[in-house]
Ligand binder design. Sequence first.
Ligand code: XMP
Length: 331
Amino acid sequence: DWVMRDHIAEAVEAIRKQVGDEEVILGLSGGVDSSVAAALIHRAIGDQLTCVFVDHGLLRLNEGDMVMDMFAGKLHAKVVRVDASERFLGQLAGVSDPEAKRKIIGREFVEVFKAEAAKIKETHSRHVAWLAQGTIYPDVIESGGAKSKKAVTIKSHHNVGGLPEQLGLKLLEPLRDLFKDEVRELGVALGLPHEMVYRHPFPGPGLGVRILGEVKKEYADLLRAADHIFIEELRATVDPASGKTWYELTSQAFTVFLPVRSVGVMGDGRTYDYVVALRAVQTSDFMTADWAELPYALLKKVSSRIINEVRGINRVTYDVSSKPPATIEWE
Ligand code: XMP
């Protein structure tokens, strides 16, 4: 619509004016905000933007390829893909405390990104002067007020504050005045696929906090396969009453890997394999949440597909805990 087209034209003009002929780098995570920021900035300044996509090895199935296909393939943006999975898994070996895992992932992320940014700065002929971030209005509010007043930190979210100063870069935040809904509309108007723009949120530490306790590559691979099946079935199952898919009817849905083994039977044999928990919640603000009353037929299909298709998992459970007192993630 024309309102959105006007808004894009204005934003593009503002970015061009702000940046001039300098270079911009942006950390692409695959999430909605950084994706929309990248698409908008790319629309404004094309090849003056370089995106850095750090794969920490804790992403969902095919996520890295999807991001590359979208930004490098379709939008023709400059994207550097950094496969840092070995480094992250190495640092996480032997660590099982959730907060310690978050700190390591956050710290390594900053290190890898800084190293990559320094390389880009060195090799560019033009001056790299800007770090772009997909900060949106609620983030601005959160970091200024409400959050810091909280008496206890329940979970420390990955904080990239301070990064621009450390890199000697100016901050470019073209989504700063927008609410989530507006960011999504903008993304669609910029040509990003509906499926990408309306994705459930995914935490920065990724599967690192969905594998309980110590993170291992073997566990991450099993979890990726199981979670992919769950999400696929949620997207494929329509609720007749509303005409919406169960993916759309839930605010966040994912699979959690439990590093315990239980006994099962397959064919003539006994199995002794891992357990996963399915988690699906409905919420408007993620501060409180209800577990979703998914149809039994859907749960049944997901469970039988996971157990039959993912060798190494022989039991699927459904999490029926609301927040509070449980949290949405298990760590
Ligand atoms: P909880 O588990 O606290 O989650 O009920 C509330 C929302 O926050 C997300 N979450 C995170 N996001 N880094 C993030 O970027 C984190 O460390 C983190 N921990 C939780 C969670 O996915 C949910 O949407």
